[in-house]
Design a protein around this ligand. Structure first.
Ligand SMILES: C[S@@+](CC[C@H](N)C(=O)[O-])C[C@H]1O[C@@H](n2cnc3c(N)ncnc32)[C@H](O)[C@@H]1O
Length: 190
């Protein structure tokens, strides 16, 4: 059982604290702006580290949604709230066929990842050529420090560092948002 499983039942309540709600609203607006660059009608979207499906709910276009989370609790909650198909799995070993996904979301996970290279390799592996990846990371700062309070080990990272880590995979940077609490990068697989 991971710390996320312990935190899961309180997750919604924590995210409804007024200050945090405002931060999340800004982050979601940034994600919506990046998503608006994409034509997703009829496409397959995979959300890795789907939590309770908040990122999947930002997509209004009809498409096939799949959520992956290591926590059984979160996977079940995403299924209930979004009607997406969900799978319990680790981001470093995705149970998806190679090049089968049009858009991979990985929002609010990479900073917690102990196997960043393996996770990035998996995200790229499942994305089809010409498909997109929308990734986020947390720059150093108060918000990032606060996220350590429940006991999570996390590594602050800027968008530039994340892009550099993606370089070996030959991804093209389409657009990015540099928010105070989160850097968001939209990439295309060549
Ligand atoms: C901060 S939450 C983000 C949730 C969601 N993406 C969002 O933006 O609302 C991180 C999520 O990633 C999941 N997670 C953490 N490490 C993971 C891993 N190695 N593989 C799969 N899921 C993981 C946690 O269980 C949790 O649901």
């Amino acid at each position: 059982m991971s710390l996320w499983d312990v935190e899961a039942p309180f997750y919604r309540m924590i995210r409804h604290f007024p200050g945090l709600r405002r931060v999340l609203a800004v982050e979601h607006q940034g994600l919506r702006t990046l998503l608006s660059e994409l034509k997703l009608h009829g496409h397959v979207v995979l959300d890795v580290g789907c939590g309770d499906g908040e990122s999947l709910r930002l997509i209004e276009t009809p498409c096939a949604r799949v959520g992956v989370d290591r926590s059984r609790w979160f996977a079940a909650r995403t299924r209930r709230l979004t009607r997406a198909m969900t799978v319990v799995a680790d981001s470093a070993a995705l149970p998806c066929r190679s090049t089968s996904i049009d858009l991979v979301l990985c929002i609010g996970l990479l900073e917690y990842s102990r196997h960043l290279s393996a996770t990035l390799a998996e995200l790229v592996r499942v994305t089809r050529p010409g498909g997109h990846l929308l990734l986020t990371c947390s720059p150093a700062g108060l918000m990032t420090m606060a996220r350590r309070l429940p006991g999570h080990a996390m590594t602050p990272m800027t968008g530039e560092t994340l892009i550099a880590r993606c370089e070996p995979f030959g991804l093209h940077v389409c657009a990015q948002q540099r928010l105070r609490s989160q850097h968001q990068v939209l990439l295309r697989k060549q």
